[in-house]
Design a protein around this ligand. Structure first.
Ligand SMILES: Nc1ncnc2c1ncn2[C@@H]1O[C@H](COP(=O)(O)OP(=O)(O)OP(=O)(O)O)[C@@H](O)[C@H]1O
Length: 564
């Protein structure tokens, strides 16, 4: 039966019929339990329209449990609803909530406990008005109050109205209980959903070898996932060893170009004269030694992604040529006469403040704008709250497997590691853990082992600082990579003489803004011992010392050792 039909019927109904009608209708709506606004709203409307119990309201405790507020009502304005706020125990409604007993106020004008707070007296009929309030009970405990006004001079006996209100309160209790249950379950599902989403996203991070829970890292991760599906050029900025290449690979692997090539070039590692042909290729006979034509990295990366590390070190004339690639998607091979079309996405990285390099006239502003379309800052390890311990545990596991050891951190080691400043960031931490695994006695990495390694690290730092350094424009506040024996930047990849950014004023002819670790005489023993232990296998010996084979060879060479 519709509400309108119910109303028509009410005109004919005597008082008993009216009660039955209300109860019958109310139970019909219980199938809409998941919508308490509608169900309770309709119940209150029926009470008013059929039985004359007016301005019905359901008053429930708020989140504090100390106050009650009108949550559902019929015939009250929004102002009146808002005013209907009572402390538990206060007024008639508050008392019903506290005692769990029915309250009958025969004449609201005569009852001092009645507050006249929600509905002002002059908005009510002039004749005597009664107020009835019944508890809404959940297993005998009041969970709220149902109240309504009643004109006292009427034919329906009071006790029948009270009974009707009690029945309605019982039905409302059901509705509210189900609503609570739905809310609880929805919150639990939302929480589960959130943790699944988190797990999924950290799985994705793990899949790309990027570990870390710190907000700073997760922000960089989110930005990366946001930009990767597009074709936008990305500029990664962060100190050495913060994972710029890792992130560049992730952009590629999560982009539509993932099936194409990923080519990485370190602009600081290749002399200017070679870098042009390395990037753009050359034609046969373009220069002495160009015995055949060769494609450059930009061409080789066509259909995929080109990662240009240390872009701040790119020589000025090459900056123009790179700009040309970005603008025209064509390249010009050295010694060539025609433009070759390419389809490449560029990701650049720098540890320098490029904006400052632009201000100082060392970097083209137009190229800067082209590259800086979507900058992502990779936080230094010391800015990644909690990540040192997480990464240390990870590298311990990796190094233990690599060196076939079963190493464990002694208590206190993780705290010591977390307190260190890590100027060489994740690469430095990785190398420190490798070395710790190698020196560990009986499988225990002690605080003393770590102290020793970190002291060595600090000496390297001091050495670098004493040797002069950082370009004030560098974003790196400390030495770029004092990562000790295995420092990734040491060696031919970063040979000072090969840097196009070398400045005559920089110490040892190092490129500005980057600190390099020099090969130390006292490393000779360690190199030879590693060689001996691995039967002369340089790859394994390098790995024992946490270096690449190239770095290992470079050191042997510099120290005049030939290692068999
Ligand atoms: N979030 C990470 N989780 C685990 N390993 C990481 C993470 N970030 C970087 N690494 C590791 O740290 C080392 C340095 O990373 P990467 O070479 O990407 O740094 P980079 O910023 O490009 O350094 P550089 O500027 O010196 O080239 C690598 O061995 C890399 O695998």
């Amino acid at each position: 039966m519709s509400d309108a039909q119910a109303l028509q019927s009410s005109a004919r109904a005597d008082s008993a019929d009216a009660e039955l009608l209300v109860v019958h209708e109310a139970t019909q709506w219980l199938s809409h339990l998941n919508d308490p606004d509608t169900v309770i709203g309709r119940m209150l409307r029926l009470l008013s329209q059929i039985t004359g119990l007016n301005r019905g309201r359901v008053v429930l405790p708020d989140a504090s449990g100390e106050f009650m507020e009108i949550r559902y009502a019929y015939g009250l304005s929004s102002d009146e609803r808002e005013r209907g706020r009572y402390r538990v125990g206060e007024g008639v409604t508050g008392r019903v909530m506290r005692t769990g007993q029915v309250a009958v106020v025969q004449d609201i004008d005569e009852e001092p406990v009645y507050l006249t707070r929600a509905v002002e007296r002059d908005t009510l009929p002039p004749e005597t008005v009664a107020f009835l309030a019944v508890p809404i009970l959940n297993e005998d405990q009041p969970m709220g109050v149902l109240g309504a006004h009643r004109i006292r001079e009427r034919h329906r006996p009071l006790h029948r109205d009270i009974t009707l209100l009690r029945i309605m309160a019982a039905l409302i209790a059901r509705v509210l209980k189900v609503d609570d249950l739905i809310r609880e379950q929805t919150a639990a599902l939302a929480e589960e959903n959130e943790s699944l989403r988190e797990a999924l996203s950290s799985n994705q991070e793990a899949r790309h070898g990027i570990l870390g829970e710190s907000p700073a890292l997760r922000q960089a991760f989110r930005q990366t996932l946001h930009v990767s599906p597009t074709q936008a050029t990305v500029l990664l900025n962060g100190e050495s060893g913060t994972g710029k290449e890792r992130f560049a690979r992730m952009v590629h692997l999560t982009s539509p170009r993932c099936d194409g090539p990923f080519i990485a070039i370190n602009c600081a590692a290749i002399p200017d004269a070679l870098l042009e042909s390395e990037l753009f290729g050359h034609e046969k006979g373009a220069f002495t030694g160009a015995v055949s034509a060769k494609k450059g990295s930009v061409e080789l990366a066509s259909g995929g992604t080109l990662f240009l590390d240390e872009i701040g070190d790119l020589a000025f004339d090459l900056q123009s040529k790179l700009l040309h690639v970005l603008e025209k998607q064509t390249i010009h091979r050295v010694g060539g006469t025609k433009d070759v079309p390419v389809d490449v996405r560029i990701i650049a990285a720098t540890h320098k403040n490029l904006q400052e390099a632009v201000n100082q006239g060392r970097f083209r502003i137009d190229l800067f704008y082209r590259l800086n379309v979507f900058p992502i800052h990779l936080p230094a390890l010391r800015e990644r709250d909690g990540d040192v311990k997480l990464l240390a545990r990870h590298f311990l596991q990796v190094a233990s497997q690599e060196f076939d050891r079963n190493a464990t951190f002694e208590t206190g080691v993780l705290d010591r590691l977390a307190a260190y400043n890590w100027p060489g960031n994740i690469r430095q931490l990785e190398n420190v853990i490798k070395r710790a695994v190698l020196v560990a006695q009986n499988g225990w990495i002690t605080v003393a082992d770590i102290e020793l390694i970190l002291t060595h690290e600090s000496h390297v730092t001091d050495h670098l600082e004493a040797g002069g350094r950082p370009d004030p424009s560098a974003s790196t506040p400390g030495p770029g990579d004092p990562a000790g024996m295995g420092a990734g930047n040491t060696g031919p990849d970063h040979a000072p003489s090969s840097s196009p950014g070398s400045s005559p004023g920089s110490p040892h002819g190092q490129p500005p803004g980057r600190a390099y670790r020099w090969v130390r005489e006292d490393e000779a023993d360690a190199l030879l011992a590693a060689l001996e232990a691995t039967g002369g296998n340089k790859t394994q010996a390098a790995s024992r010392l946490g270096m690449t084979t190239r770095q290992f060879r470079y050191r042997l060479d510099k120290l005049g050792l030939h290692g068999g």
